[in-house]
Design a protein around this ligand. Structure first.
Ligand code: AMP
Length: 425
């Protein structure tokens, strides 16, 4: 399957070529025709599957065609994309910029935590596509800066995350402001009952698409588990980062304070690191992210919420400094590496209290995580550790990764994901 087969217009095909995309991902090949046919869509698809392009590409095409047919030059917001975090909003805006480079369509991104002044000024100039987090959207709508009457495509992105983050009421309020007659695209990685209910209430006769079940992300990523103590995690992290093949690592901590502490310790050990979390100003988060993407810092330490939407090409390693207590979060985290069909490595540090979390995770991903034996900071307790296939610290997989980067495809990115609909055991 190629993008040409999806009946995409030349300006978009040209942009995809510039991005180096050759093959649509499963969510793209399924969702694009549905969106182009102006149908409602219910997509069960997590980040890392190419879902942003799955809605951005056909929306750009529909708007482009509409614009050509239009007589008046007035610019109204026709498409609204609601997304839970600032990082994700910026990420989506970058996608619209890239795929829409030759369409002449305008997009604008608004989110909280920064001054609204510039956003209001830019809104006055008019936009076709608005990407927003719910709180800031409602604020600016209430102040009369946003007219939602012309919306005819509405995308709700990461609906389950909206629920987790307590934004669901804001989302419902936004929906009451939208015209009844519209196309709605609903994306969620999981479908807890409240989300399924919301989908039911806002979609009209939707086409349903489900790709890459949560557990299959785990199959693409090479995982390793280090049993250690809470008190030795810092030393273990510094030890692990001596491996030069770890070119860029996203380290997850549970708390903001923990993220700051780990970043500080790493810098003390001459390992360049920054922390990114909700208490940091938007500017400092953006700076840390840009430095990380640009290779100026090697380690980004993040909390789960801050990491949502971080999209770094060629992220070599994800390190779970602390094991999440929600097993799906583990899959979201390790899905940061191994994106766009690439492979990646995820290391997890587990102390005694976290063993129960690991048990839940292995149940969800339906596989054991290989345990690294023989590292210098083993767990001090003698309680039995459920046996899992042991691996020795090797360089080989990382070297394979490094080799992959120098592949002969001249930067062309081909989707090597699993065949659609294939379920993990
Ligand atoms: P998303 O699920 O939207 O967060 O996308 C995950 C990553 O996959 C992003 O880095 C995209 O740039 C990349 N991507 C999306 N579609 C394709 C494609 N067809 N081929 C290669 N990479 C892609």
């Amino acid at each position: 399957m190629s993008f040409e087969k999806l009946s995409l217009i030349a300006p978009i095909l040209r942009a995809l070529e510039t991005q180096g995309y050759t093959t649509p991902t499963p969510i793209q090949s399924q969702a694009i025709p549905i969106v182009l046919a102006k149908r409602d869509l219910l997509a069960c698809s997590q980040t890392g599957t190419g879902k942003t392009a799955a809605f951005a590409i056909p929306i750009l095409q529909l708007l482009y065609k509409e614009k050509q047919a239009e007589q008046s030059g007035a610019r109204h917001i026709k498409t609204l994309i609601l997304t839970p975090t600032r990082e994700l909003a910026i990420q989506i805006a970058e996608n619209f910029r890239d795929y829409g480079a030759h369409t002449g369509l305008r997009h604008l991104v608004i989110f909280g935590g920064v001054s609204a002044h510039t956003q209001i000024q830019t809104l006055k100039q008019g936009t076709d596509i608005l990407i927003a987090t719910p709180g800031r959207l409602l604020d600016l709508w209430q102040q009369g800066h946003i007219n939602l009457r012309y919306i005819h495509q509405f995308v709700l992105d990461e609906a389950d995350r909206m629920l987790d983050m307590g934004f669901i009421h804001d989302v419902k309020r936004v929906i009451t402001k939208l015209p009844e007659k519209r196309q709605t695209l609903f994306f969620s990685a999981t479908m807890p009952p409240e989300i399924a209910q919301l989908a039911n209430s806002i979609l009209t006769n939707p086409e349903k698409v489900a790709v890459t079940p949560v557990s299959s992300t785990a199959e693409k990523v090479e995982q390793r588990l280090y049993y250690t103590d809470k008190t030795t995690k810092r030393a273990l992290l510094i030890h692990v980062l001596k491996d030069a093949s770890i070119t860029s690592a996203l380290v997850f901590t549970r708390t903001k304070h923990g993220a700051d502490r780990v970043a500080k310790e790493l810098n003390k050990a001459q390992i360049s690191a920054s922390a990114i979390h909700g208490d940091k100003s938007q500017n400092s988060r953006q700076r840390a992210l840009t430095d990380f993407k640009g290779g100026r810092i090697r380690v980004l330490v993040a909390t789960d919420i801050a990491a949502r939407g971080i999209d770094v090409d060629n992220l070599s390693h994800v390190i779970n400094y602390e094991i999440p207590n929600v097993p799906e979060t583990y899959v979201h985290r390790i899905g940061r590496t191994g994106r766009g069909g690439a492979s990646g490595i995820a290391l997890s540090f587990c102390d005694e209290e976290e063993r129960a979390y690991v048990k839940d995770i292995t149940k969800l991903i339906a596989q054991q995580i290989p345990v690294v034996d023989g590292h210098p900071f083993p767990a001090s307790l003698t309680a039995p550790v459920k046996p899992a296939p042991a691996v020795q610290m090797r360089q080989s997989s990382s070297q394979q990764m490094a080799g992959k980067k120098k592949n002969p495809h001249h930067g062309k990115r081909k989707w090597h994901g699993r065949p659609q609909g294939k379920q993990a055991q």
